[in-house]
Design a protein around this ligand. Structure first.
Ligand code: ZN
Ligand code: ZN
Length: 325
């Protein structure tokens, strides 16, 4: 029996398919992106045969059904000479390791795993990868309570609408991982361990300790879920990887004012290349213009009209960000 897009909600396809057409009433596109903005080169990807989408010589990503993981390092670099960003869905560790082996050689072990944040679809393969690779896991200090069993994420909110992925969001796991001593906090100076060219940027709102990663030399941005490039609320848009500039996934964003400020910060960088947590990698002027528009009109374009956290954020300051697990 097949299951819905690997999102761990365990709805069977037979249960899901009848409600997918209802999405046509609920899904509105935020900012459409042209095919020319897509950063993927299918011909070169097919020639390399490592299974990843390469968008710069040392930058590639892998789409795991509904979410992306990123590989930073030169092909053939060997064990311990590259870094994985985020860790996808539960059940995908073998897939990630297989692509890593083909791309980097050796056993495919990285120097570390960096996290943009700790939502279930970004850490699902972590327990197995940690066991097999024995590497540090690095995240923002404000995200550590979710990764050490001290706190759960604020409850997802299906009332924001947008499609099936929102409607089933109460079923998503929200913080039962305990990573122990291998867990490390990003250094406050903005440096990224093992990646001297990269900086991390605080981009909270979607989660309390959400970060993005930025490389000035080629203006490459890993935005995590601060903004994404498909409508993650919609199973249809996700299945098709419909191209659009889109605010953070609505059902899982508990602080909209802060999320808006994070998009403003990222748009001001004027990136040339973006790999988000969800959707295809995008590049160039059309992507940049769409990101600028998203930042300028965020409250109209990206903020839901209603929902649990609209007008009432769950923050560190008011205690809402860290409910007990
Ligand atoms: Zn997320
Ligand atoms: Zn996500």
């Amino acid at each position: 029996m097949g299951f819905c897009a690997g999102c761990a909600c365990r709805l069977s396809l037979n249960q899901l398919l009848p409600i997918v057409p209802c999405e046509s009433f609920a899904v509105t596109q935020q900012i459409s992106l042209p095919a020319s903005a897509c950063a993927i080169d299918p011909e070169r990807d097919a020639q390399r045969r490592d299974g990843a989408h390469e968008v710069a010589p040392d930058l590639a990503y892998l789409r795991l059904a509904i979410v992306n993981v990123v590989f930073i390092g030169l092909p053939g670099a060997g064990d311990g000479r590259w870094v994985l960003v985020d860790a996808g869905l539960a059940g995908t560790a073998g897939w990630i390791r297989s692509v890593a082996r083909r791309r980097f050689g050796g056993t495919g072990r990285p120097a570390a795993i960096l996290l943009t944040h700790g939502h279930f679809d970004h850490i699902g393969a972590l327990p197995r990868l940690c066991r097999e690779w024995d590497v540090p896991v690095v995240a923002h200090a404000a995200e550590l309570p979710y990764l050490s069993g001290k706190a759960a994420y604020p409850r997802p909110d299906p009332r924001v609408g947008g499609g099936v992925m929102s409607w089933i969001s109460p079923l998503y796991p929200r913080g039962r991982i305990v990573l122990g001593e291998r867990l490390q906090a990003l250094h406050p100076d903005g440096g990224v361990p093992y990646l001297p060219e990269w900086r991390w940027l605080p981009t909270p709102g979607h989660s309390a300790g959400h970060v993005s990663f930025w490389r000035e030399s080629d203006r490459a941005l890993l935005s995590g879920d601060a903004f994404v490039t498909t409508a993650q609320e919609s199973a249809l848009a996700v299945a098709k990887q419909r191209r659009e500039m889109h605010g953070p996934p609505m059902y899982y964003t508990p602080d909209w004012a802060t999320a808006r400020q994070s998009v403003v910060t990222l748009a001001a960088l004027e990136p040339d290349l973006v790999i988000a947590g969800h959707g295809r990698a995008m590049r160039g002027p059309a992507m940049r213009a769409a990101l600028t528009r998203l930042a300028e009109d965020f409250d109209v374009i990206a903020r839901p009209r209603h929902g649990r956290y609209v007008g009432h954020a769950a923050t560190i300051e008011n205690g809402g960000a860290y409910p007990p697990p």
